[in-house]
Ligand binder design. Sequence first.
Ligand code: COA
Length: 602
Amino acid sequence: MWNTVALCSICKPSPNPASLLLPRRLHVTRAFRRTYVGFSSHQVVQTRAGSTLPSRAARSKAKHSQCAQRYPLLDGHVLSVHQHVFEENLKNSEAVIKRYSELLQVVSKGGGENAISRHTQRNKKLFVRERLKLLLDDEPFLELSPLAGLSMPYGDVPAAGCLTGIGKICGIWCLFIANDATVKGGTIYPIGVKKQLRAQEIAMQNRLVSVYLVDSGGAFLPLQSELFPDKLHGGRIFYNEAIMSAMKIPQVAVVCGSCVAGGAYVPTMVEEAVMVDKIGTLFLAGPPLVKAATGEYVSPEDLGGATLHTRISGCSDHFASSEKEAYECVRNIISTLNYEPVPEELVEHDHPLYSSDELLGLAPRDYACTLPVKLVLSRLLDGSRFQEFKADYGTTLVTGFGHVEGHLVGVVANNGELSHDAALKGSHFVQLCSHRVIPILFFQNTAPHAAHPTSISQAEAQASRLKAQASMMAAVACAAVPKITIVIGGCFGGESYAMCGRSFSPNFLFLWPNARVAFVDSRHLSTIPQAGDSDCTDESELKHLKQKLEEESSAFYSSARLWDDGVILPQNTRKVIAQCLQIIEQQKYQVLSPYQYPVMRT
Ligand code: COA
């Protein structure tokens, strides 16, 4: 995490006329550039006369882009011998995408039509997706883990009861966490805590301004023991708020509904909070508890409404007479953060030469249906151009450089089992990217099964492969550059760690809907010794276990449990990657003061 930033001398006023051409914004020290992701200067310089010139960074990016046009072209044609596999994958992709659309449809209705009409008509509140429309700029945003919370052991919790994502406000990429009060009054389930903590982690890792739309009845009481006491339970949200503030990540909240008990800390700990009159209420104990303790009835508005908290308690800073006014107020607050929006892309880039729709035929139905990964890369990289590294060594891993919408990236893509040579190559390449400060894209499709050794020499080969994979894991874990992982096929066993799985903290991790995530593939179950007894031939038990494994391996099962940041369509992958790279890049446009403490409401 990059929270130690020092201002360099060029930020100080200088009589040197050349400094007039320098941006007014933060310049970071070299030390910072080394530890951080390497975006060291701005793309655009604002001159005193107000005109914009391409900055050194933009000019060098343009040069990079020209060089990229000389990278070799990938051949993306699908050979006729591969056609039947392509067709099989396509059929599978269409089926899983249909399922994906159905699930999204369910989730888009929150707690259901009745709950929405109660929320909007009786409670006079806006549905959470309407709120986001008023809050965010009128452009597409990146929703995170929309399928989280489906088919949990405690039932369906659509979108885990809160929407999270990253969208622009006044041109600034901001992370949002917005309770959906149509799902059990916006109460927080264990999966909702996990979703909020993941969103905060993304905000910290990518230094994103965070906006909370709070409309929640607090803890979902029947599951309180899974919500309250542990380190990564509800309290961690408040802990993170303080740490984020100390990291100088601005946080803003709107109280646009109930905000009870622990939930009341969320807006009280942010730097600026807005409360909506007659809709927002904030208290540790509500009217029923007051009545029980004192015998006195007090209305929610009198106990903790917008007037009380903006005029008397000081728990909130801005009074809004309507929701619309509250979101306008947040947009104004964001405009006072002294951030510079990421400039619109100055560098023109080429589109891939092959249609992204064909990715549906390249998304493997299972490992046996995997086609050469360069066919995938040829549909994702600018101009289908790729500067390959070690093309003839360890060929079951493809490594090299390319561009996605003008952003230079290192690519690490499975193209078979992660053999000894492939892992050594991966380790070497990841270190190269780290030294050159280039973000890395991992395309994961790991082999489901490492064959059991049948001879001493095979056992020795496996041991040396293990050593090589361990060094790749170390290189990936320590690479101080942004990492984005896309699971395009299998995510199985240990090889998935070396390919920057969730436990290796990529900035973002997305799955294609055909992806399968499990420690072992159900197809290889019969060859794996079972725990406890050596008799694994009980047919019905094996069948049951296989079925369970198959269900638990689906991309939707994974996404429901927040093992990823969401399922994305193969044909949208390039857009999502480009968006993530832009989001990550925003950090260089921040003004950072050397102040090291959180902002406190005293
Ligand atoms: N735990 C579990 N379920 C809860 C809940 C809680 N803390 N708060 C509300 N619910 C459920 C309700 O039982 C209801 O379920 P149903 O749809 O199956 O009937 C659903 O959420 C909606 O609640 P309802 O009261 O009908 O909606 P509302 O919009 O009028 O009010 C609240 C929402 C959150 C303001 C209100 O329910 C409330 O004040 N709840 C208690 C909050 C509380 O004391 N929390 C303490 C947590 S430590």
